[in-house]
Write a protein that binds this ligand. Structure first.
Ligand code: ADP
Length: 120
């Protein structure tokens, strides 16, 4: 019995650490069925940056964000629109560049669903 309990604890322990790892690697934190935004870690290369075309980032801001993100992590996800399976970043250019420069592979995003009309 003691042995069984030990095994169960080990199994549950493994499961919770798996969930924690999965959460930082792309499993939704909030339920998308509710229709609200979903918080997800997306690979940087999956995010298209329509805003980058119009304005250059302030290098000072990016540097400050790099230091802060390294110390305390990203405190506010960037806003992303998902249209037909493609992700478009429409805020957070500086946070995005800070992640790129830090060599991070993913960034935490607040994702809303949209249509092609929304992108115009
Ligand atoms: P961006 O183009 O990324 O929106 P801004 O300079 O306009 O850049 O805003 C920086 C944003 O980054 C702010 O909304 C701030 O709350 C957010 N943020 C998230 N994580 C951090 C962090 N670790 N340190 C500083 N600001 C952060």
């Amino acid at each position: 019995m003691a042995n069984l309990r030990f095994n169960l604890t080990q199994t549950l322990g493994g499961l919770s650490s798996h969930i924690a790892r999965a959460s930082s690697n792309g499993v939704p934190f909030s339920n998308p069925k509710s229709g609200g935004p979903m918080i997800l870690d997306l690979p940087l290369e999956k995010i298209r940056r329509p805003l980058m075309r119009t304005r250059a980032n302030d290098p000072g801001k990016v540097k400050e964000l790099m230091e802060s993100i390294q110390q305390i992590g990203l405190q506010e996800p960037i806003d992303v629109l998902e249209v037909e399976g493609i992700y478009y970043g429409f805020s957070g250019c500086h946070r995005f560049e800070a992640h790129q420069r830090l060599g991070l592979s993913t960034i935490r995003c607040k994702i809303r669903r949209g249509t092609k009309e929304t992108l115009r």
